[in-house]
Design a protein around this ligand. Structure first.
Ligand code: FDA
Length: 305
């Protein structure tokens, strides 16, 4: 119920204007977002790197409406990659991009060209790009773009969402040598026809997908905060004889930082997904939909003013 409320809120432009203008929102948002500018994102990346963590930076924004906006997003990433390189942060930093921010809904070719320009900049900087997964209506187009990009940039990463019924099949296709696959549960409101609805079914699907990725020849990126799934991933990595450099854990900035430190101290590669930018509303609403404790944090911050 609460979950669907936040998904509905995520689509409301009126509420977005209201929440973004409230001074308290900015304080709350700082827990999950590095800041508004590339400079702040680089500062936060440096702090994470100093703690032995890898990073995937995401410039917030989705559903771009014009080609000009899409090109501006591309330019932001290209500039960010050059700055990360100059700051000596590539590695451990890479970038995550949403094809909808690069113009996917306007024209798939525009999104592909923009993503390609970001891949060129990433290669020049000595790092990689991962294509975020968005709602299920974009999955085919995103995976097609991934396959095109991988012809010239084989280390371009994919994201697969365990809640989608199709994902086991996608894992099989992508569990090949050189392929990097981030497995997450999935963060959008999806219909029963395409997605498992109960938490248990999503978790079971996550484990089936994890088995396929760990057994395969690619590089699994285990993106979850769920302690049970993290323990299962550690177990499956041992079972399939993978050393700690042959897979990684990924968690969101501001979520379970103590677990991020624990995994890194245990010798694991841990990558923190670090969003920055002014368009944080949709991202924040998805984090609130995920976890009642995040809502309590939000309400507490609002009522304490
Ligand atoms: P879930 O939210 O079910 O939480 C399971 C358990 O984890 C909780 O019961 C609790 O024990 C623990 N937990 C979770 N949050 C906690 C907190 N704040 N404090 C303490 N414990 C907590 N989605 C998508 O659709 N497309 C994408 O491209 C991505 N990309 C992505 C990258 C990375 C690096 C991550 C980690 C996640 C994504 N996601 C995503 C989001 C993902 O799909 C999912 O919505 C969230 O990760 C939440 O799911 P969990 O697996 O953490 O489990």
């Amino acid at each position: 119920m609460l979950r669907s409320l936040f998904f509905a809120a995520a689509g409301s432009a009126r509420l977005e204007r209201l929440v973004e203008s409230a001074p308290v929102s900015r304080g709350v948002v700082r827990r999950f977002v590095a800041g508004g500018s590339a400079e702040e994102a680089i500062r936060a990346s440096r702090e994470l790197a100093d703690d032995g963590l890898a990073i995937s930076l995401d410039h917030l924004g989705e559903e771009t409406e014009t080609a000009e906006q899409a090109h501006a997003v591309r330019d932001e990433y290209v500039g960010l990659l050059a700055r990360l390189h100059d700051a000596g942060l590539t590695p451990p930093a890479e970038v995550s991009v949403k094809l909808s921010a690069l113009g996917q809904r306007l024209d798939e070719k525009i999104a592909y060209e923009n993503a390609r320009a970001i891949c060129v900049a990433a290669a020049e900087a000595g790092t990689t790009v991962t294509l975020d997964a968005e709602d299920h209506s974009t999955t085919d187009a995103t995976l097609e773009t991934l396959l095109e990009l991988r012809k010239d940039f084989p280390d371009t990463g994919a994201v697969l969402q365990a809640y989608l019924r199709r994902t086991e099949g996608d894992c099989r296709e992508l569990a090949v040598a050189g392929s990097r696959v981030r497995l997450c549960k999935g963060a959008y409101a999806e219909p029963e026809s395409v997605a498992f609805q109960s938490a248990l079914d999503v978790d079971k699907s996550y484990v089936r997908c994890l088995n396929i990725l760990m057994a395969g020849e690619g590089y699994p990126m285990v993106a979850t905060h769920d302690p049970r799934l993290i323990a299962i991933a550690e177990d499956r990595a041992r079972w399939f004889d993978r050393s700690t450099g042959e897979y990684e854990f990924q968690l969101l900035y501001g979520v379970r930082p103590e677990e991020q430190a624990r995994l890194a101290a245990g010798g694991h590669t841990v990558r923190v997904y670090l969003p920055y930018g002014e368009q944080w509303y949709g991202y924040l609403m998805r984090r609130l939909a995920e976890r009642p404790a995040n809502v309590a944090f939000f309400v507490k911050a609002v009522s304490s003013r």
